[in-house]
Design a protein around this ligand. Structure first.
Ligand code: ARG
Length: 580
């Protein structure tokens, strides 16, 4: 169990008596890592609020809690400070014991969740038949990281790529295919030709209303079951899928299910009938709509011309997922512009009877260019995902080469190794730059920043890992044989103690990620860990330690740090390299 969870357990019975079970979790939440190491390692701040509530001086309440608290085995004598803070400082022995347990444990003794839940994760979900672009990175990378973290905690996760495979974009390429197809180009490279057609027709439709109408008519014919359009759709789909699949392979992302919008089409008429029968949907200006308290406009489920909407499909999707996976939670990793859609969707779902399931819109901000506007190429096009990945790897190659050439003993990597490292560093930089943001903020995309060897970047974290691994290479030490060899971890200096404590906080960082689905809690943690390691390494020699016992202890700390970085990055979908 993580230290924080253990401490909370010790406080629990005392606080339960003081505040009752209802308010307990909120009060327990006031036990936190200390902001300032001078005040200890953890701090409990509930006495102030409790004092007010109970009409007693907060310091007295704090003293009462401390008097009853049993943490002797873990902490030094707790201290009450200021208006009623309870400061807790861990005993060195308790820290060392936990570090030993982590060292011997494949997953670093990170505890599983108390209650395993079933999650459905809806992420990535590009509209196929148009090229994937920079905007798809966020959903894909955040969704993938959340899947990994939840699985690591022992939850069951069903990841589902809700492809936009039924929308207007098919009208565009159907229209394009019928009017402007370059058959030779299509035979040669269908994806390239389809995306050319898409762009061409979109341009025409923007300029000419008649083309816009014709495109909509093609989409309507597809939905109505028109034979030719269905046949063409069947022909386009594998091509479009192969294209996005290539991107996922490169990003190391995979889905348990890929059930796009088209999968649900047969279910829509029945669903709308039911909504009407149950009095949930009614006619409004010729359309069918579900009205919701607290919302000015209703959620439309069928248009006047009979067409169903994005929301209708999403409602059918909820039903399908409930019946198929019986989830405790469904998370939608989708950009913030769809907030209102999800608010209404969730409200309608609850009316339909799905009241107990957690439905969460894990929303995120926009990727911006230097100019503070959505990231585009110089020509004003949206930046394609593939060219972005290529560029990241190319630039990572430059960074890797420069770093290798600057090594005091001369370069260490062959051209092939450099290429391999560049792919890992490039992908890592791109993912980390996204995950390190508070997801709800917009962020400015910058290759230079994301590939910096200093600062909170993936490149820096990968470098920190490789640097530790090089200590073992240089000292000719096998890290694996160290663990379980009887070597003891000693935490006598402030730097060693701080590093040890930070290593043990991985589980807390992971719990924080899950608390409101923010992977940046984990990147911050890793960045702090690398900082603790640097302070330690600048102050103390490892291979030339003053004694054999210290050598062993420091090697163990190094190995634990490296494994923790590797594990943390793996949860973010980022690989490490042994050398860079
Ligand atoms: N295809 C949609 C888009 O590109 C995102 C779908 C998100 N998932 C969902 N269940 N609505 O905007």
């Amino acid at each position: 169990m993580s230290m924080l969870r253990t401490l909370k357990d010790r406080f629990r019975p005392i606080l339960a008596e003081l505040v009752g079970n209802e308010a307990l979790d909120k009060v327990l939440d006031l036990i936190r890592p200390a902001q300032d190491a001078r005040f200890g390692d953890y701090q409990a701040n509930m006495a102030m609020a409790l004092g007010k509530q109970l009409g007693r001086p907060p310091r007295e309440v704090a003293a009462e809690i401390v008097a009853r608290l049993q943490v002797d085995d873990l902490c030094e004598e707790p201290a009450v400070a200021g208006p009623g803070f309870i400061n807790l400082r861990l005993r060195e022995g308790a820290l060392a014991a936990r570090l030993h347990a982590a060292a011997e444990h494949e997953r670093l003794a990170v505890p599983s969740a108390d209650h395993a839940r079933t999650y459905v994760l809806d992420y990535s979900a590009p509209n196929v038949a148009k090229p994937m672009h920079v905007g798809h990175i966020r959903s894909t990378v955040i969704g993938d990281a959340l899947c990994r973290v939840l699985r690591f905690l022992g939850h069951r996760v069903e990841s589902d790529n809700h492809l936009g495979d039924w929308g207007t974009q098919f009208g565009m390429i159907l229209y394009g295919h019928k009017h402007f197809l370059d058959a030779a180009a299509y035979a040669e490279n269908p994806v390239a030709e389809l995306s050319r057609l898409y762009r061409h027709v979109r341009g025409l439709a923007d300029a000419d209303e008649a083309v816009g109408k014709a495109v909509l008519a093609e989409t309507a014919r597809l939905h109505a079951g028109d034979e030719e359009n269905r046949r063409l759709w069947q022909e386009f789909m594998p091509v479009c899928l192969a294209e996005i699949e290539r991107m996922y392979r490169r990003l190391g992302v995979r889905f348990d299910h890929t059930l796009g919008e088209s999968f649900y089409q047969d279910r829509l008429p029945g669903l709308v009938d039911e909504l009407t029968r149950r009095g949930l949907a009614r006619q409004s200006e010729g359309a069918l709509a579900v009205f919701l308290e607290g919302h000015e406009s209703p959620m439309l489920v069928q248009k006047q011309d009979g067409a169903f909407l994005y929301a209708t499909t999403d409602l059918a999707t909820i039903r399908y997922r409930m019946e198929t996976f019986h989830p405790d939670a469904v998370l939608y990793v989708v950009d913030h512009r769809q907030s209102l859609h999800f608010e209404k969707l969730f409200a309608v779902a609850r009316k339909l009877g799905y009241a107990d399931v957690e439905l969460t819109h894990v929303s995120f901000g926009t990727v911006l260019g230097d100019d503070g506007r959505p990231f585009r190429t110089r020509e004003g096009d949206i930046v394609g995902l593939e060219s972005l990945l290529d560029e990241a790897v190319r630039r990572a190659g430059d960074v890797v080469a420069a770093n290798d050439e600057a090594k005091p003993g001369g370069p260490e990597l062959s051209p092939e190794q450099r290429q391999c490292v560049a792919e890992t560093v490039g992908m890592g930089a791109l993912k980390y730059a996204d995950l390190a943001q508070n997801r709800t903020s917009d962020y400015v995309f910058s290759f230079d920043k994301m590939l910096a060897m200093n600062g909170n970047t993936g490149t820096y974290m990968q470098y920190a890992y490789a640097r530790i691994r090089s200590i073992f290479r240089k000292g000719n030490v096998d890290a694996a044989s160290l663990v379980g060899s009887g070597a003891k971890i000693l935490l006598e200096t402030p730097e060693e103690r701080a590093l040890g404590l930070q290593i043990l906080r991985l589980g807390e960082a992971i719990d924080q990620v899950v608390a409101d689905y923010r992977p940046n809690q984990l990147t911050s943690y890793l960045f702090d860990l690398a900082g603790c390691f640097t302070s330690f390494y600048e102050k103390h020699s490892v291979l030339k330690a003053e004694s054999d016992a210290l050598l062993q202890s420091r090697l163990l700390l190094c190995d634990l740090t490296a494994r923790t970085i590797r594990q943390g990055l793996a949860l973010l979908g980022i690989d490490v390299v042994e050398q860079m």
